[in-house]
Design a protein around this ligand. Structure first.
Ligand code: URA
Length: 306
């Protein structure tokens, strides 16, 4: 792909994310590092594009050693019963209670990885059941349980917080306005939405879209962790502070978590801003794009066997 094609890809991405006008000089972008002058509206993303970033947006899914769908292996640890542990590669993040305990030991920690699950996504869904009442959200006006969806062999998984009104109505995660923006974010790195797996920490809509409470996430999150064990994605993108802090068991703000990978049982986790937040503050799209480039480049390097 030529540099000009790359730049056009960028421009297409910005347009899809809602930037209506970019007064860019494509010839200028050919130099090694070029700042494209304003005006850029309405997201007002300053376009400083180092030429090193102008990598092809083409994307290949890695061929991976996953069990065949539906295969059943014995002796599989339950991810849901575990909490994240720091490995040598793990980002230092502040500190779920269990992690603090680990930090007190001198013993090197065995890196823990997700092993293939003995169950299928259908098993998990059947266990949850259509009328789940494990937490109080079942009594607080939810219409239905919104299960995860997508490719059970996905290399890329997205995790949100909890369903909103549209999802509650349609029974599928990320189908409202934020979901439409999520689709564009996925497509911006050359992947189709049908090829990723999408879930939420909580499967029932909290009243007035409030954040799920700790007892609610405690009841629901184990099912998501079991799904991660089944799908075994290469990368999990966690959307927004609530989901990121819940999955990584940390109180660190999303602005500090995003921008780099964290390790979660051998899976790379990229926290980034929630698409609903981007709808309120389009300036943050630029950071999400930076995060997604890191994800894209990592998946491409895995696909190439690097
Ligand atoms: N926001 C979320 O976090 N999840 C959804 O499914 C929809 C909106």
């Amino acid at each position: 792909m030529s540099t000009q094609d790359d730049v056009l890809e960028y421009l297409r991405y910005f347009r899809e994310l809602g930037v209506e006008s970019i007064d860019a000089n494509i010839d200028a972008i050919r130099s090694p590092k070029t700042t494209v002058p304003s005006p850029i509206r309405p997201g007002e993303m300053p376009l400083t594009i180092p030429s090193s970033d102008l990598k092809p947006l083409s994307f290949a899914i890695a061929s991976v050693e996953k069990p065949k769908p539906g295969s059943r292996l014995k002796d599989i640890p339950s991810l849901a019963s575990l909490s994240p542990q720091r490995t040598s590669k793990t980002e230092k993040i502040e500190t779920a209670p269990l992690m603090q305990k680990e930090q007190l030991t001198d013993k090197p920690q065995e890196p823990q990885t997700i092993k293939a699950a003995s169950e299928t996504l259908e098993d998990i869904r059947a266990e949850i059941g259509p009328d789940c009442s494990r937490c109080k959200l079942s009594t607080l006006g939810r219409k239905q349980v919104v299960n995860s969806t997508g490719n059970p062999n996905a290399d890329l998984m997205f995790v949100g917080e909890a369903p909103g009104a549209d999802e509650d109505e349609q029974g599928e995660p990320f189908v409202g306005r934020a979901g439409q923006l999520l689709t564009k974010i996925i497509e911006s790195i050359g992947i189709e939405r049908k090829d990723v797996f999408i879930g939420n920490i909580n499967r029932c809509r909290p009243p007035k879209n409030r954040a799920p409470e700790p007892d609610e996430t405690a009841a629901c999150k184990p099912f998501l962790l079991r799904e991660i064990s089944v799908v075994r994605p290469k990368v999990i993108v966690v959307l927004g502070a609530t989901a990121a802090q819940n999955l990584l068991e940390t109180n660190v703000p999303i602005g500090k978590l995003r921008g780099r990978f964290h390790e979660y049982f051998g899976v790379k986790v990229m926290p980034t801003f929630h698409p609903a937040y981007l709808l309120r503050d389009p300036h943050k799209k630029r950071e999400v794009w930076e995060d997604m480039k890191i994800v894209r480049d990592y998946l491409n390097s895995v696909a190439k066997g690097e």
